[in-house]
Design a binder for this molecule. Structure first.
Ligand code: MN
Length: 231
């Protein structure tokens, strides 16, 4: 059936490029999906077409989210923000969350998911543990603990795994209807999921860069849930 998975693209203001790292596309296609890139747009009608076209969504990694979305002013340690992408992903998520379509949010995608559900972020995390590895992207850098009785645990079937880490922001206040599904040793939230949707899951790490069985299980779970929405 190869369900269509829309992956949110990046927009480069300077070069006027829409782009996406191929790792995301490969991960979806390897898991049995059909990956397509969704360019960030403002037009609501186009966003509605994205919703009608796709059987599931992957919110990809990227820069920081503008803290205006949770009512804060920019901290001096805030990184680069991308207004068109923030606006697009926020609006697209509102529509997705009003449906039963599945979503996997990766890194920035996990953060946008939390904010779209009314949560807040740390603009710059400041714990003793490093969450920004200077190591190959496929190197599992720090441990996480996955909470039992979560969808994430049902997928991964392990409490203790190691993951890669390339983030300086993280979930602070949890959005409405979300629960924590994984946590790092310093208390940083590493994964969240909706209690009210069949499959709305976000993680801080980058499974698309990992080639272990856990990463494959995540993408296969997204594709499996998306196949229920094939028309
Ligand atoms: Mn981390």
């Amino acid at each position: 059936m190869k369900p269509i998975i829309g992956i949110t693209g990046n927009y480069d203001y300077e070069a006027d490029f829409t782009w996406l790292k191929n790792d995301y596309i490969n991960a979806i296609n390897r898991a049995g999906g059909t990956a397509i890139i969704l360019p960030p747009v403002e037009d609501e009608e186009i966003i509605n077409h994205y919703i009608n076209m796709c059987n599931g969504f992957l919110f990809s990694g990227g820069g920081d989210m503008d803290p205006k979305y949770w009512g804060e002013l920019p901290d001096r340690r805030l990184g680069e923000i991308n207004p068109i992408r923030d606006n697009f992903e926020y609006n697209l998520l509102q529509k997705i969350l009003g449906s039963s379509l599945p979503v996997l949010g990766i890194c920035r995608g996990c953060q946008v998911l939390n904010v779209a559900m009314g949560g807040t972020l740390y603009q710059d995390i400041n714990t003793k543990l490093s969450h920004n590895q200077r190591a190959p992207r496929d190197y599992p850098f720090h441990a996480i603990v996955i909470e039992e009785k979560t969808k994430l645990f049902k997928i991964i079937r392990q409490s203790n795994i190691r993951v890669n880490s390339f983030h300086h922001q993280a979930v602070k206040k949890l959005g409405a209807g979300l629960k924590i599904s994984a946590i790092a040793a310093d208390g940083i939230i590493e994964a969240i999921e909706s209690e009210n949707h069949p499959f709305v899951v976000g993680m801080q790490w980058h499974p698309e860069c990992l080639e272990d069985e856990y990463a494959d299980k995540l993408f296969r779970a997204l594709v499996k849930h998306s196949s229920l929405h094939c028309r």
